[in-house]
Design a binder for this molecule. Structure first.
Ligand code: BG6
Ligand code: MG
Length: 210
């Protein structure tokens, strides 16, 4: 394996919790039931698709303009949470693991559906450790479509079979497998059947790849 492609939210940091809180605030304000079980379906998917999933339980139809206002509101609150991010919000062992993989000559990329990815990487102080960032601003179809991982591999000048994808979402594992990648699951995704490998901690990647 020459390359490692990391999902961001829920893998390198716990911003998935902030997504949950921001969506929960929006759903509560609209009187729409929303809990962590529904939230797990939002992992890896775009903000537009996330809103559609939340609105499945709404008692009325919302116009495109109303939906745009909802994204804006949710993203504004989410960015307020993100503005307080720091290096301390990195997943345990993440910075050391990234440095060790780089030292071993591995190419590193981020493959995230988020349009806030670059901002998050900078807040976490790890933006400079990646050779490429494929994010929600550069793709048309979010996970489980493999587009974001295929773009990441292309930016690394590697083939999918030369890369391992690290994911915490079922949609992300499905995307990795659809693209022909080796898929390592962490967090919620460890129960996802098509994963090739299950990780308890990120630093297991060092023993696996170096
Ligand atoms: C993914 C998250 O990384 O990014 C999803 O797992 C989220 O939950 C998606 O909807 C889009 O994020 P953003 O930051 O562009 O709203
Ligand atoms: Mg994730």
């Amino acid at each position: 394996m020459k390359g490692v492609i990391f999902d961001l939210d829920g893998v390198l940091c716990s911003t998935d919790e902030y997504h949950y809180r921001a969506w929960k605030a929006l759903a509560d304000s609209l009187g729409i039931p929303f809990d962590r079980t529904i939230n797990s379906r939002l992992r890896g998917v775009s903000r537009e698709e996330s809103l559609e999933i939340i609105l499945e339980r709404a008692g009325r139809h919302y116009s495109a303009e109303e939906k745009r206002e909802m994204f804006r509101e949710k993203n504004e609150l989410y960015r307020t949470f993100l503005s307080a991010l720091s290096v301390e919000d990195l997943a345990p062992g993440a910075a050391k693991m990234l440095h060790e993989l780089r030292r071993a000559g591995k190419k590193l990329a981020v493959g995230s559906s988020s349009r806030n990815a670059q901002f998050i990487l900078e807040k976490l102080g790890i933006a400079g450790l990646f050779d490429a960032v494929a994010d929600g601003n550069r793709i048309r179809r979010s996970k489980p479509d493999p587009e974001v991982f295929l773009l990441a591999a292309q930016l690394l000048h590697l083939k999918p079979e030369q890369c391992i994808v690290v994911e915490d979402a079922y949609s992300g594992i499905a995307a990795a497998k659809a693209g022909g990648f080796y898929a390592a699951a962490i967090g919620d995704a460890v129960t996802c059947p098509p994963a090739d490998r299950r990780l308890e901690r990120l630093d297991e990647l060092v023993g696996l790849l170096c």
